[in-house]
Design a binder for this molecule. Sequence first.
Ligand code: PMP
Length: 376
Amino acid sequence: PIYLDGHSTTPLAPEAMEAMAPWWHAQVGNPHSPHLSGMLASQAVETARSELASLIGSDPQELVFTSGATEANNIAIRGIALAALEGGIGRRDIVVSAIEHKSVLSSASSLRSAGFRIIEAPVDVNGIIDISALERLVGIETLLVSVMAVNNEVGSIQPLADVIRIARAAGALVHVDAAQGAGKLPLDCAEFDLASLSSHKIYGPMGIGALFISSAASLRPLPVLFGGGQEAGVRPGTVPTPLVVGFGAAAKVSRTRLVADAAHSGRLSALFLEELRSRQVQFIENVSAPSRVPGSLSLRFPGNEAMSIIVKASDRISISEGSACTSGQITASHVLLEMGFTHQEATETIRLYFSRYNREADAMEAAAVLSAIVAR
Ligand code: PMP
């Protein structure tokens, strides 16, 4: 099938695959070993760290490798809360947008029992955080403000400059889940205290991610796992050389192709919409174009359940629903509900992302497949 679900995961870049190849067998070495093999592995890890730092405008030493953005989000939120508790910092409010990824929302909720208050800032109909509401919710009790760069279900781009201004004015730390922002938008981590990244959203391998911790941050997260003290004591465990090398190579390609990738993705999604319209299919775009990253579409075909469309289309195209499917039970997406869509509208929503390796023919085929299903 044609893969159009780039918000879930992206195909591995050939450049990343090639860079990783020797590190699976020919070049053996634990990057923490003192011998030459270990040192070569360590050098490869540091080269990759520098590539990743270049993508987000950070210093390499401000990056800690993790197993993905889920773990980075857990360390950022739980680690900062622990540091506040241990450091005698009295602030107990954590403010998040209502449409954060579950790894942010659940990490934050897990802190309620430790005395933290979790405050969700509302979003508008386009999935953009309500800045005046945020202004009211952030104050002298706020320890951390966590807002994503780009939403993973609807592609909405968050006004991070405003978020930062509000958080700074209140003396709060800023965490940005940049899993869907990196490689799609120019990101400047110098403005954040913490940021989470995921390799498999930028055409790198699965199972690796990173947490940016600014050297200027007023508080450093405490570890949530304990072990050998790797990654500056923040994230213990052997750093997986092949995965890190692949992540670094993918970051390098993403940096050089940032503008070209966005133009390509945007062109394909526009072509897809044009073709769908020419086929006289009734559909509604959930998010207006300027609010979302190029290539990302959240659509519904009124009267058609998303799950039914996805299943019928699945041998030809891979798309996903705007709702999260938990252990076989379909629950409407919290993101769409928070944006003000009804339960029915949410369960009618499908999500597509045209990635670097999709072609025009994929967009045409997807429109043909979907219009045939909806017309049936
Ligand atoms: N945050 C966002 C915004 C995401 O899209 C994802 C992946 N769906 C994650 C966090 C989790 O990333 P990972 O798969 O690397 O744990």
